[in-house]
Design a protein around this ligand. Structure first.
Ligand code: EPS
Length: 398
């Protein structure tokens, strides 16, 4: 079974990730993972930290001569900023340590994990919480997702994303998405496909930055090349909708996920929502049919339909404001202005890249559940024999 875990603090030595369950024989280069890490660092509205870091992965295990071995893949991404934080983050006690250590955070930020974490973990410096709650951790998730993407690419699955809303600015969604969605989105400083809206979003970010405030937004993730039949209708925890939503909701600051038409479907009638089906010979991945529309977002009954997976992910504004909100000082119990740590004005352009990684992991997990083998070739045989069977079920000349 495919699984991964990450470790690492935002200003610690490094972020790490162990991904286990990837079959042997998947071509994999560190440079391919680095491409995804670099994409995550982009976007107008990021803070100074992204100028310090140039995230690069070191493959510590599980890969040899450019191919996975089937053993756990351990990945390390060093924090360049660590050299500025050693004294603050040193795992060992230091004789010269003041109590608390320098840069202690007690003016807890509304919206961050600071206060709830302090109370839950019985700490007195919110740095003990925020270092792990920071979205820096998503670097390690993107590394895991990059390996999953590389695996899925062997089968023709492509996962991309773009920003559809940022801080009050809606981007027009083209009827037909560009053939290379990520190339088109990555060319925009806010990853929007609508250049005019993109320019307005950039101006809005600059305006909000000057006001010491922050912005949220919405990304759309699209995955193509997935056959009918991943996930299952039979039990709650096997429904792919639930797994996708769970993985996406676990991204820091994400507050909502929609699948296909999402919440809008609840306001419409059945005739306006459900995707009618036509015969379509030559589409083996969907059983030689085509939905006239894809309001279901590629999922019916918790199972993929063979149409594109389409998901939207909503992120709230970042909770570190340079013009801080009212809070309490945990050290004194008195009213105070929240800590204003260096942060981003918005990370919505990066959200899409992180969401792609989350979707890649869930799809790869479901893929291996259905077609799983210890090697890529075994997995491919299982996949091909299943697709051949699906292809036979609906007569091509129906
Ligand atoms: C982030 C690194 C962080 C922030 C941001 C995401 O760097 P630093 O804390 O050193 O400025 O830029 O973290 C947050 C938005 C947050 O709320 O913690 C990154 O690598 O994505």
């Amino acid at each position: 079974m495919l699984r991964f875990t990450t470790a690492g603090e935002s200003h610690g030595q490094a972020l790490t990730c162990i991904l286990e369950g990837m079959p042997a024989g998947v071509p994999l280069l560190a440079s391919e993972i680095d491409v995804e890490l670099a994409r995550r660092q982009q976007g107008h509205g990021r803070g100074r930290r992204m100028q310090i870091e140039q995230d690069r992965v070191e493959l510590l295990s599980g890969v040899r001569a450019g191919e996975t071995l089937g053993s756990p893949i351990a990945m390390l991404i060093r924090n360049r900023d660590w050299k500025n934080w050693q004294e603050i983050m040193d795992p060992a006690p230091r004789d010269t340590d003041p109590t608390p250590r320098r840069r202690a955070v007690t003016r807890v930020r509304p919206g961050h994990a600071d206060l709830s974490g302090l109370l839950k973990y019985d700490r007195s410096d919110a740095r003990d919480i925020l270092e792990r709650a920071s979205a820096r951790e998503t670097t390690a998730r993107v590394a895991a997702g990059a390996v999953c993407k590389r695996f899925l690419r062997e089968f023709g699955v492509v996962i991309g994303s773009h920003v559809v809303h940022l801080g009050g600015v809606d981007a027009r969604r083209p009827e037909l998405l560009p053939a290379d969605l990520n190339a088109a989105a990555d060319a925009s400083p806010v990853r929007m496909l609508d250049a005019e809206a993109g320019a307005r979003a950039v101006a809005r970010i600059d305006e909000i930055k000057a006001a010491g405030n922050t912005l949220g937004g919405i990304c759309e993730v699209v995955a193509t090349g997935i056959p009918v039949g991943l996930g299952s209708h039979v039990s709650w925890d096997r429904k792919l909708d639930a797994r996708l939503a769970g993985a996406l909701m676990s991204i820091p600051a994400v507050k909502g996920v929609e699948i296909g038409a999402g919440f809008a479907a609840a306001r419409l009638t059945g005739a306006d929502v459900h995707d009618e089906i036509d015969p379509a010979p030559g589409r083996p991945l969907s059983g030689n049919v085509r939905r006239r529309t894809n309001r279901a977002g590629g999922l019916e009954g918790g199972i993929t339909t063979g149409e594109a997976l389409v998901l939207q992910v909503a992120m709230k504004p970042i909770s570190t404001l340079m013009r801080p909100l009212a809070t309490i000082d945990f050290a004194t119990g008195r009213a105070a202005a929240a800590t204003a740590e260096r942060s981003d004005v918005t990370a919505v352009p990066a959200l899409g890249v992180i969401a792609e990684a989350a979707v890649a992991f869930v799809v790869a997990h479901a893929w291996l559940e259905k077609f799983g083998g210890d090697s890529l070739s075994e997995t491919r045989r299982n996949f091909e024999s299943y697709v051949a069977r699906v292809n036979d079920r609906v007569p091509a000349d129906a």
